[in-house]
Design a protein around this ligand. Structure first.
Ligand SMILES: Cc1cc2nc3c(=O)[nH]c(=O)nc-3n(C[C@H](O)[C@H](O)[C@H](O)COP(=O)(O)OP(=O)(O)OC[C@H]3O[C@@H](n4cnc5c(N)ncnc54)[C@H](O)[C@@H]3O)c2cc1C
Length: 449
C-alpha cells in the first residue's frame, strides 16, 4: 500500500512534483498557496533543492569570499519571476555590467565584421518568412561569415548573455550589457524549501522516482526509492527497497524516453571546472587592459571615453577561448571574482577564482552538466508539440528544457503547471505587465490557452 495512498480529507488533489529544481520548486510554491485544494509532495533525488542552481563553499582566506554560485550565476533584468521568488525569501539579485573578453592576442575579437552583420540582419528582416526557422550557424554560412565570428554570434544569442538585449547600434552586442548576479543560491533554495515545508508541502530529498507504474485519468502510481546517503554516490536501484505511491496528478521534470516528442529532446553534456589556475588564464585569455586591442573608433563614433574607463577598470567576467584548429569548438570561462557580488572590488589576480566550461562531452571528455541543447531540431520536434502532452494522463511537464535553458523559464514553467492544475497566478506578478505577458505567452505555447 502506498505511503501517500489515502485520499486526503475534503478531496484535495494529491499532487506529486518530481525534482526540486527551479521549475518544480515554483510549481510546489504556487500549489501550496491553496492548501484547501492541493496536498503537495515534492520528491528530489539529490540531498538538496535547487537542481542545477547551487553554491559551493570556497576558502575565504585565499579567495576573499566564502562561497560561489556554481554554474548558474545570473541573468537579465527581465527575470521578474525569478527576482520575485528571491524577494519573497528575503534575497536579492545584484546589478552588474557584464564585461566580456572574447579571444586572445591576434584572435581577440574586435568588431571587423559588424557592418556586414548589420546588413545581413536587415536582409533577414525583409525576408523574415524565409529565414525564420533557419539555424543561425547556417545563416552565417550563407552570408559567408567566418567560423569564429559565427561562434561569437552564437554566444550573443545564448541565455546567459545576449539573448535578452537588442542589438547594439555599433557592435553585435553591447560589450557591457546590464545584468544581475544571483544571490547565494544554496541559501536561497534552503530558505525556499523551509518555507514550502512551513506551508505543508512534503519535501522529500534523497528520494528518487524510479518508474511510473501507471498514469491515466484514474491517477498516478509511481515507484520511489531512497538514495544512498553517501554524497553523489551512484544510485543502484534495488527493487527490494522500492515503494509504490499513488497520487492524483503529477508534475515532472523528467522525460519518458522513447516517446515520439519527448524522445526528440536534445541535451548537451558539458563539463565545468572550478579552478584558480591564473597561469592558464593568462596563457589563454585577455584578463587585463591591452592598449593594442582597444578600439578608439567604432563606425565613425569616438570611443575614447570607453577606452579611458577600460584603462581604469577593465575587469572581464565572461571570456571565450577559440581553438584555431577547430573554430566550432569553444571554451567559455567566468572570472567569478570579477562577476559575483560577494567578492570585494579589488582582489589581486593571483587570488581570483574561475569557472571554465568545456562545451560538449563528445569532444571534450567526461561531463558534469546534462543540459538543454538549443538546437533548431528541439524547436521543431519538441517545443511546438508539448502542448498536446500537457495535462494528458494527469501529467504536466515543467522545466527549462521545454523552451530556453534559463532559470527564469524554469520558474515560469513551474507556475504554468500550477496554474493549469487550478492554482492562481500571483497577484503581484499580475500587476507587473511585463512578467504577466511573458507568462501568458509561455502558457499559450504550452497549454494552448
Ligand atoms: C553550467 C550552467 C550554467 C548556467 N548558467 C545560467 C545562468 O547564468 N543564468 C540562467 O538563467 N540559467 C543558467 N543555467 C540554466 C539554469 O540553471 C537552468 O535552466 C535551471 O536551473 C533549470 O531548472 P529546472 O528546474 O528546469 O531543472 P533542474 O535544475 O535540472 O532540476 C531537475 C531536478 O530534478 C531532479 N530529478 C531528476 N530526475 C529525478 C527523479 N527521477 N526523481 C527525483 N528527482 C529527480 C534532479 O536531481 C534535479 O534536482 C545554467 C545551467 C548550467 C548547467
Amino acid at each position: 500500500m502506498s505511503m501517500y495512498g489515502n485520499r486526503a480529507a475534503g478531496s484535495k488533489k494529491r499532487v506529486l512534483v518530481v525534482g526540486a529544481g527551479a521549475a518544480r520548486m515554483s510549481c510546489a510554491h504556487h500549489l501550496a498557496e491553496h492548501p484547501d485544494k492541493f496536498d503537495v509532495t515534492l520528491v528530489e533525488a539529490q540531498d538538496y533543492c535547487g537542481g542545477q542552481a547551487f553554491s559551493i563553499p570556497i576558502n575565504k582566506e585565499k579567495f576573499h569570499a566564502s562561497w560561489i554560485n556554481q554554474g548558474v550565476k545570473g541573468g537579465s533584468y527581465i527575470f521578474h519571476h525569478t527576482m520575485t521568488m528571491f524577494a519573497q525569501q528575503g534575497y536579492q539579485a545584484h546589478p552588474v555590467e557584464l564585461q566580456v573578453s572574447f579571444g586572445k592576442g591576434t584572435r581577440f575579437w574586435t568588431n571587423n565584421e559588424i557592418k556586414r552583420f548589420r546588413r545581413m540582419l536587415s536582409t533577414v528582416r525583409t525576408f523574415e518568412v524565409l529565414f525564420a526557422l533557419l539555424p543561425i550557424k547556417y545563416l552565417l554560412k550563407i552570408f559567408r561569415f567566418s567560423a569564429e565570428f559565427a561562434n561569437v554570434v552564437r554566444l550573443c544569442t545564448s541565455p546567459t548573455f545576449g539573448m535578452w538585449y537588442p542589438p547594439d547600434e555599433i557592435s553585435v552586442a553591447s560589450n557591457m550589457p546590464p545584468m544581475v548576479v544571483f544571490p547565494n543560491l544554496g541559501k536561497f533554495y534552503t530558505s525556499w524549501k523551509n518555507s514550502l515545508e512551513g506551508k505543508g508541502v512534503h519535501v522529500r530529498v534523497r528520494m528518487e522516482v524510479t518508474s511510473i507504474v501507471r498514469r491515466n485519468k484514474q491517477g498516478i502510481v509511481v515507484r520511489t526509492v531512497r538514495r544512498d546517503p553517501t554524497d553523489d554516490a551512484p544510485h543502484i536501484p534495488n527493487s527490494a527497497w522500492e515503494v509504490e505511491e499513488e497520487y492524483d496528478e503529477m508534475v515532472v521534470c523528467v522525460l519518458f524516453r522513447k516517446k515520439k516528442v519527448l524522445g526528440c529532446a536534445k541535451f548537451a553534456d558539458d563539463i565545468t571546472v572550478t579552478h584558480y589556475d591564473t597561469e592558464y588564464m593568462k596563457r589563454h585569455y585577455e584578463n587585463f587592459f591591452n592598449p593594442e586591442q582597444a578600439v578608439d573608433n567604432l563606425s565613425g563614433i569616438n570611443q575614447m571615453q570607453r577606452v579611458e574607463m577600460a584603462k581604469r577598470s577593465f575587469k572581464p567576467m565572461y571570456m571565450i577561448k577559440m581553438y584555431p584548429k577547430d573554430p566550432n569548438k569553444l571554451e567559455m570561462c567566468f572570472d567569478c571574482t570579477n562577476y559575483q557580488a560577494q567578492f570585494p572590488e579589488e582582489v589581486p589576480f593571483g587570488d581570483h577564482i574561475f569557472q571554465t566550461i568545456f562545451l560538449n562531452k563528445s569532444r571534450d571528455g567526461p561531463f558534469l552538466w546534462h543540459q538543454l541543447c538549443h538546437s533548431f531540431t528541439h524547436y521543431l520536434t519538441v517545443v511546438p508539440w508539448m502542448c498536446f502532452l500537457q495535462g494528458r494522463n494527469n501529467t504536466r511537464f515543467a522545466g527549462s528544457w521545454m523552451l530556453v535553458n534559463a532559470h527564469e523559464v524554469a520558474v515560469i514553467s513551474g507556475i504554468a503547471a500550477a496554474v493549469n492544475l487550478g492554482a492562481k497566478y500571483p497577484e503581484d506578478l499580475e500587476r507587473d505587465r511585463f512578467a504577466f505577458l511573458g507568462f501568458r505567452l509561455y502558457y499559450l505555447l504550452q497549454y494552448r490557452r
